[in-house]
Design a protein around this ligand. Structure first.
Ligand SMILES: Nc1nc2c(ncn2[C@@H]2O[C@H](COP(=O)(O)OP(=O)(O)OP(=O)(O)O)[C@@H](O)[C@H]2O)c(=O)[nH]1
Ligand SMILES: [Mg+2]
Length: 373
């Protein structure tokens, strides 16, 4: 029996089981088995690519600019129309499904940041399981700094479908990695050290760990209300945690009342726009910029004037090393020390090393080894 058949068989078993306190353990374990099989399926797929060198997963796009945003949406919701509005790209637009067949990059310049925007083919329900271009599209989304979920005003319920497909592909949007640490030991069996209240029974956690080949070790849980799914995410590894932003497109076709109805259905966590009629597109640009959570670093040459005009645009959490790497690939190698003024500095002009974490609007001087470029 192949992996898909095994998954199907377990799914059928779950469907047949009435979920209650008595069956919780059994069902929890079955779900873990499915997660593990899906992981194996993923591994096989990646493994194949490496060996044959052909059949690329994802599309060939090089990351560029200060951050990368990808568009995820069903076909014909207006992704390409939006890309063309936001950037100088000319992605093909048409009223039929699957107009876009590959990743189309554009560059959006906003507040001094260069933001790469990637238009992608539409995905459909079942994408993460391999339907349509699904797997390739989703594998591009793995590397994004922000996923922009594009919805059609008449199909707002697609939000749930898209989030589910992303999640199934290991892309967790708007979540933090769960605070769970697994320390493997060589003897002593598995112990669970929950430092916060948890819902899952210790027995089930231990059994799931065993399923994943952990026979000895400590599972330290500091994530409040850890769900089974989060635990499986930790055990499976290879999960990415990406922020998202949702837009509701084509609002030129409806009135205000209609949008309020949509809000009642899916909440108001989206930006209503019309890519075609250029409604709210500027507000969207600002929201994208804010959601990327950039910090600006002003560079001051040693003994010179600070450049306040063109800051380095960095991701929040960036270190001096990240700045060096962005300036020049040899910069970190020739680094002697840095001097920092601003929020991250204990005092003005603090001397720092490569691992110093910077804050928004810090001023930074990099002092290099004498004679290096
Ligand atoms: N009324 C209206 N139509 C729009 C809007 N945005 C896009 N469209 C139309 O919707 C259709 C699909 O637009 P595309 O931009 O090709 O959609 P897509 O999401 O890229 O589609 P695929 O590449 O097939 O996934 C076209 O006929 C567009 O003109 C909008 O804001 N309002
Ligand atoms: Mg398109």
């Amino acid at each position: 029996m192949g992996i898909p058949e095994k998954i199907k068989e377990i799914q059928d078993q779950i469907h047949k089981t009435q979920i209650n306190k008595a069956t919780e353990f059994h069902v929890g374990l079955l779900k873990a088995k499915i997660a593990k099989l899906k992981r194996e399926q993923e591994d096989n797929l990646h493994g194949k690519t490496v060996h044959t060198g052909g059949e690329n997963i994802g599309f060939d796009v090089k990351k560029a600019g200060d951050a990368t945003i990808v568009f995820i949406g069903l076909p014909s919701v207006g992704k390409s129309t939006l890309l063309n509005k936001l950037t100088n790209a000319k992605s093909k637009i048409a009223s039929y499904h699957f107009t876009t067949l590959t990743a189309i990059p554009g560059m959006m310049e906003y507040r001094g940041a260069r933001i790469q925007v990637l238009d992608l083919p539409g995905i459909i329900e079942g994408a993460s399981g391999g339907k349509g271009f699904g797997k390739r599209v989703l594998s591009v989304a793995r590397n994004a700094d922000l996923v922009l979920i594009v919805l059609d005003v008449f199909q707002p319920h697609h939000l749930d479908i898209l989030k589910k497909e992303l999640s199934e592909a290991g892309i967790k949007v708007d979540q933090k990695p769960p605070d769970v640490v697994i320390e493997k030991t060589s003897t002593g069996g598995v112990s669970v050290n929950a430092q916060v209240p948890i819902k899952t029974s210790e027995r089930l956690i231990k059994e799931i760990a065993r399923l994943y080949g952990i026979h000895n070790g400590r599972i330290i849980i500091r994530e409040p209300n850890l769900t089974d799914e989060q635990l499986l995410d930790v055990l499976n590894g290879n999960r990415v945690y990406v922020p998202s932003l949702a837009v509701l497109n084509k609002i030129d076709l409806v009135n205000k009342g209609f949008i309020q109805e949509v809000q009642a259905k899916i909440g108001n966590n989206f930006i209503p726009i019309s890519a075609d009629a250029n409604i709210n597109v500027d507000a969207l640009k600002e929201a994208m910029y804010q959601r990327l959570d950039f910090i600006r670093i002003y560079m001051r040459p040693k003994g010179g004037e600070t450049d306040y005009k063109e800051p380095m645009i960095m991701k929040s959490g960036s270190t001096v090393q990240d700045v060096c790497n962005k300036i020049h690939r040899n910069m970190a190698k020739n680094f002697r020390y840095g001097l920092v003024w601003g929020k991250s500095a204990k005092f003005a002009g603090q001397k720092v090393g490569l691992d110093h974490k910077l804050e928004d609007e810090d001023v930074l001087t990099i002092v290099k080894v004498a004679g290096s470029i």
